[in-house]
Design a protein around this ligand. Structure first.
Ligand code: NAD
Length: 295
């Protein structure tokens, strides 16, 4: 496999990308790419979602400028690079389109099929899925070899790493191009195979599920578990703080998906605690209440 720099040399740097889905992840990906000088086209199916995301990104850039982390010139050019589009046809000239939409296999497959009728044959289709099989998403495409995973973490501008996931049929050149793209955004790419949960949501899964078991067994209260995991085990966030940050609407289905994909392997079994909280809409920071109160 050629070195990353050689690939970037052959293809040149990436100029135009599309981001579909302007939620927590899509807006973050759009932010770092525009900040890195790429032209970014941001689309969301929900009226106003992309425009609200653009405003939120501008507010982030203003804060960075106030802190002296972005010059006025950088702020101005990043602003020019981030464009909200109201139809997917606008993605026609994109070199990479990254989807960060709802975590559903049928919807993601459908989206890539629609995109394939719009973009050029050389355009890469990347999925930010946390837990679905990249190979299964790709299988719905006419050209599965152009589909790969590009898994950023929340909040994207601060979590400076991304998993680049090769599906079973992904061309190695596509993986290399996504590696180059990730470098271009200032993030560090880590290449992984397509397995349930990839690296982080596989190896890190037990951090949440085991802590939920400790809680359910009545060993300690959740703030105590959080505090000791931070202080003694060296984690930046306790498991319940992390669940609140991610939101149970994201993390509980991820737990279920990994459990199912491993044929109900008991060690991945999700918790009834998060199932109930999800049903009750007690999702975490995004709803003002999770394990902790944010109001
Ligand atoms: P979110 O709910 O904040 O945002 C999703 C956005 O996609 C919404 O604005 C919605 O209107 C839009 N959308 C839904 N269906 C669409 C469609 N067909 N076309 C266009 N737009 C559509 O979700 P999120 O937290 O940003 O997660 C997005 C993806 O990233 C999911 O696949 C998720 O698993 C993954 N992910 C999430 C996190 C996280 O911590 N939140 C981390 C890594 C990966």
């Amino acid at each position: 496999m050629p070195a990353v720099s050689a690939v970037a040399e052959v293809h040149g740097s990436i100029g135009v990308i599309g981001v579909i889905g302007a939620g927590a992840m899509g807006r973050g990906i759009a932010q770092i790419a525009a900040q890195a000088g790429m032209q970014v086209k941001l689309f969301d199916v929900q009226a106003d979602a992309a425009e609200n995301a653009r405003k939120a990104v501008l507010a982030q850039w203003e804060k960075l400028q106030q802190k002296g982390k972005l010059t006025e010139q950088q702020f101005h050019s990043a602003k020019q690079q981030l464009q909200v589009v109201t139809a997917m046809d606008a993605m026609a000239d994109c070199e990479i389109v990254i989807e960060a939409i709802v975590e559903r296999l049928d919807v993601k497959r459908d989206l890539f099929r629609q995109l394939e009728a719009i973009v050029s044959a050389g355009c890469i289709l990347a999925t930010n899925t946390s837990s679905l099989s990249v190979t299964a998403i790709a299988a719905g495409a006419a050209m599965p070899e152009r589909v790969a995973g590009l898994h950023f973490f929340n909040p994207v501008p601060l979590m400076k790493v991304a998993e680049v996931i090769a599906g079973l049929r992904t061309r190695s050149e596509v993986v290399q191009r996504l590696v180059a793209f990730t470098h271009q955004t200032g993030h560090r790419p880590v290449i992984t195979k397509d397995t349930p949960g990839f690296i982080v949501n596989h190896a890190g899964r037990a951090y949440g599920t085991e802590a939920l078991r400790v809680l359910q067994e009545g060993v300690a209260a959740f703030p105590v578990i959080d505090a000791i995991m931070r202080e003694a085990a060296g984690f930046r966030l306790g498991p319940f703080e992390l669940l609140d940050l991610t939101g149970l609407d994201v993390s509980h289905p991820v737990m279920e998906s990994i459990y199912q994909q491993y044929y109900q392997e008991p060690r991945y079994r999700p918790s009834v605690i998060t199932a109930q909280r999800l049903q009750g809409g007690v999702l975490g920071r995004k709803t003002g209440r999770g394990f902790y109160d944010y109001t």
